[in-house]
Design a protein around this ligand. Structure first.
Ligand code: C5P
Length: 300
């Protein structure tokens, strides 16, 4: 199929500070996003009506991906045409490497990639400011998927600001074969009376990113959604323990889970931790790095 392809990365949260639920049902966040090298590719072509084709990597269960016009990628396309007052439609093909309902913002990556791809295909020349505003309406993590790198996220996550990051961080990600619903994890946090009254991105975390020191980063990461996610999925505790037993510097839940992340010192260390986890019987284990770029065209 000819067309224009945009690649968008998965995100992880090196810190996820969650405040008390707001009146609109969202939670105020103080988070540190990092884009990592697990990608979805979105290819768009002109079409008489909106159409969606989702192809998943063999390790991914795609049964939960909304099909047709419920998919956030189609909503992104429609929103862009409404913004410009144009009557156009596209066929959208998503090639998924980012697992679904994994805490890696795969749907947000698809939405961001679709916005950018259609803007380029139709030469709409949407300003960065407008693209970010449309992205924010589509989902809390969509603006970051456009921006990439390492960035703080405030508001409900949609207010994104790049930060200095001089590291090449190596992560081992252990995906789960069952997804976890983000709203369910937030609801569990509320049920337990959780929520930090004044969440902030910790200064030692920002300093660790500037320094590139993996031990300093390991000491500074944290996730307020870990406790509620583990309440819903106690089996993840075993995965987190296994990664540390395999020699990782620290283990961390990605976003609302269930993907578990393990920080490693360098590439060789990551390959070793991945091998040990695989030998211990864990599946869907991969080594990846961050930060990587935000959504970008890869057509050729
Ligand atoms: O913005 P997004 O569509 O990704 O959010 C999905 C769900 O996650 C929301 O409906 C809400 O239940 C929860 N959420 C939240 N606070 C945030 C972000 C998401 O409660 N800051």
């Amino acid at each position: 199929m000819s067309g224009l392809t945009v690649r968008a990365a998965a995100k992880i949260n090196l810190h996820l500070g969650v405040g008390r639920v707001r009146e609109d049902g969202f939670h105020p966040l103080a988070t540190l996003y990092q884009a990592v090298g697990i990608y979805d590719d979105v290819t768009v072509t002109d079409a008489p009506r909106w159409d969606l084709d989702v192809r998943c990597h063999e390790r991914i269960d795609g049964s939960e991906v909304p099909r047709g016009t419920d998919n956030v990628a189609v909503r992104a396309g429609r929103m862009l045409t409404e913004h410009h007052g144009v009557r156009r439609a596209a066929a959208i093909r998503i090639e998924k490497q980012i697992p679904v309902a994994a805490g890696l913002a795969g749907g947000s990556a698809d939405a961001a990639a679709t916005l950018l791809a259609l803007d380029r295909l139709w030469q709409l020349e949407t300003s960065d400011e407008d693209l970010l505003a449309l992205a924010a309406r589509l989902g809390s993590d969509v603006p970051f998927a456009l921006v990439g790198g390492s960035a703080t996220g405030h508001g409900r996550g949609e207010v994104v600001e790049r930060v200095e990051d001089n590291g090449t961080w190596w992560w081992v990600a252990v995906e789960s074969d069952i997804g976890l619903s983000t709203p369910a994890v937030y609801a569990e946090l509320d049920r337990a009376g959780g929520g930090d009254p004044a969440p902030e991105v910790p200064e030692p975390l920002l300093a660790a990113l500037r320094s590139g020191d993996a031990d300093a980063l390991a000491a500074a990461v944290g996730n307020d959604l870990a406790a509620p996610a583990l309440q819903l999925r106690p089996d993840l505790r075993e995965v987190l323990d296994a990664g540390v037993a395999a020699g990782a510097l620290t283990g961390l839940l990605s976003g609302s889970g269930p993907t578990c992340l393990f920080l490693c010192r360098d590439g060789d260390h990551a390959i070793d931790v991945r091998r040990r986890l695989t030998e211990a019987g864990h599946e869907r284990v991969q080594a990846t790095t961050g930060p990587v770029a935000g959504a970008h065209e890869v057509s050729y």
